[in-house]
Ligand binder design. Structure first.
Ligand SMILES: [Zn+2]
Length: 146
């Protein structure tokens, strides 16, 4: 194959990788990986913030899928942790929607959210139009509607 074509295919492929992962030839791959990375990040942040109490709260090595992690540390008050926990919940919501087969559908109007938007924001639960209405209606972020 011509060298330039190989390069083109490679860069095209990496641009589409996120969309692929988000969308479901391999359902949840990208989201699951992001979730794990995020959970490690949260543990590290919490560890820095409360390095003495964290061990007592969560134990030495909780399961990666430990659902109670968010609840356990939700009271901790660093802005970074709060933001990451919000994203963690959104990722869980996305994984749940993949499992249900509703991933990629707008929760408000039921239309396709669109590959471009999902590629940029794999946790999106609304199409662009409904999201902007939602943001005007609800001031608080991180309240994914199930
Ligand atoms: Zn919509």
């Amino acid at each position: 194959m011509h060298a330039a074509l190989v390069r083109t295919r490679r860069s095209f492929g990496s641009e589409l990788a996120g969309v692929d992962d988000a969308f479901s030839r391999r359902p949840g791959t990208g989201i699951g990986a992001r979730r794990e990375a995020l959970e490690r990040e949260i543990r590290a942040e919490v560890g820095r913030a409360r390095d003495q109490t964290y061990g007592e709260i969560a134990g030495p090595a909780p399961d990666p899928g430990d659902e109670s992690l968010a609840d356990l540390i939700v009271d901790l008050d660093t802005a970074e942790v709060t933001r990451d926990l919000g994203e963690l919940r959104e990722l869980d919501t996305a994984l749940g929607r993949i499992a249900e087969g509703t991933y990629g559908q707008c929760v408000d109007c039921g239309r396709d959210i669109g590959l471009e938007r999902l590629g940029a924001l794999p946790t999106a639960v609304r199409c662009v139009d409904c999201q902007s209405v939602h943001e005007k209606t609800f001031a608080q972020p991180y309240r994914p509607r199930l």
